[in-house]
Write a protein that binds this ligand. Structure first.
Ligand code: GLN
Length: 243
């Protein structure tokens, strides 16, 4: 088996080590003898989206998100919507997560019409939501407790029928009000968790990988790994959050 990973906008959406998620996905596959390749798609470059198994989009500042709008309009929005409808796996972080929704209105009133693949919208607040945080994934996303770092102005509200990725245990999550964090839609995992999120959340990393592998070969069972080191980092942060 070989998984093809597409890293969308690595040139502009790359906050807080988010690129480390790509390294983590590749390494967890390699440890199991599964091949993978990464195609980086910066602004202005295109590729055949149907050949990819996993898409990754990192976080970015408001300015960088605005810069991307023209490129999304040149066909990428439609290709991303089609890939999501086709059950491709997406891991999207913060600004990259917000981009999958309908729109983002910045705290100073600029509205960006985004991809509209999932029914949610984001509105910026003057006070940013910043800090280490933790949330518990829903059962459909493996049920593990994820630790990470959030820094966003946007408050995301999911439309009716759209489920969050998990429930906030400490911190803000989607909006600091309804207890939801991120989104899980089809095989899309959207989260506010930077850090990068995957290396210190191995159970979550495997939940993401399993969706891509199941789409290729439903009978393939992902072998367990020794995650002692990763879990030490994970548990240390839980301890810091008094959880
Ligand atoms: N610019 C967005 C916000 O402030 C996303 C930030 C991020 O990706 N960290 O909400």
């Amino acid at each position: 088996m070989k998984l093809e990973i597409c890293h969308l906008y690595p040139d502009v959406l790359n906050l807080y080590g988010d690129n480390g998620n790509i390294l983590c996905l590749q390494q967890r596959l390699a440890w199991r003898g599964i091949e993978s390749s990464v195609t980086r798609l910066p602004i202005g470059e295109s590729a055949d989206f149907t050949k990819f198994d996993i898409f990754f989009i990192g976080g970015g500042q408001d300015f960088e998100q605005e810069v991307l709008l023209a490129d999304l309009d040149r066909g990428k929005s439609a290709e991303i919507r089609a890939a999501i409808a086709d059950g491709k796996t997406f891991l999207t972080i913060c600004g990259g997560y917000q981009m999958l929704g309908r729109s983002y209105t910045t705290w100073d009133g600029v509205t960006c019409d985004f991809i509209g693949a999932i029914d949610f919208e984001t509105v910026g607040a003057k006070e940013r939501m910043i800090g280490n945080f933790a949330f518990q994934c829903g059962e459909e996303s493996g049920g593990s407790v994820v630790v990470g770092f959030e820094n966003h102005s946007g408050k995301t509200r999911l439309g009716p029928g759209v489920q969050p990725l998990g429930r906030v245990l400490s911190g803000f999550g989607n909006n600091g009000e309804d207890g939801g964090e991120g989104v899980r839609w089809n095989n899309v995992f959207g989260t506010y968790s930077h850090g990068p999120v995957l290396p210190k959340n191995p159970e979550f990393a495997d939940a993401v990988l399993r969706t891509a592998i199941a789409r290729k070969d439903p009978s393939f069972v992902l072998p367990a790994l020794d995650d002692a080191l990763e879990n030490t980092a994970h548990d240390y942060m839980l301890h810091r959050l008094n959880l």
